[in-house]
Ligand binder design. Structure first.
Ligand code: SF4
Length: 87
């Protein structure tokens, strides 16, 4: 699983930290960052689902986004979704 966090969408609510603190922490600006590998895919997925702003993007190892579901995204976010695609 590949994980990316949108700094533009994150509001620092820390739900992801509460659910999967081994993967997510807040930086000095109060924005979520990745601090560890997503070893526990279940907790990482639960953290993404808990994010109130859908700031956490999840991809398969083949770089196919599976969360948030594409059709759930607002049209305005489509360009950012593409921008957030991991290398
Ligand atoms: S739950 Fe979402 S908004 Fe809250 S800190 Fe994590 S990524 Fe940011």
């Amino acid at each position: 699983m590949l994980v990316n966090i949108s700094r533009d969408l994150c509001i620092g609510a820390a739900a992801c930290v509460a659910v999967a603190g081994e993967v997510f922490q807040l930086d000095e600006e109060g924005i979520a960052i990745l601090v560890g590998p997503s070893i526990d895919n279940t907790n990482t997925t639960l953290a993404a689902e808990a994010c109130p702003t859908r700031a956490i993007f999840l991809y398969t190892d083949e770089k196919v986004q599976f969360f948030p579901p594409i059709d759930e995204l607002a049209k305005d976010y489509q360009e950012e979704k593409i921008h957030n695609l991991p290398d």
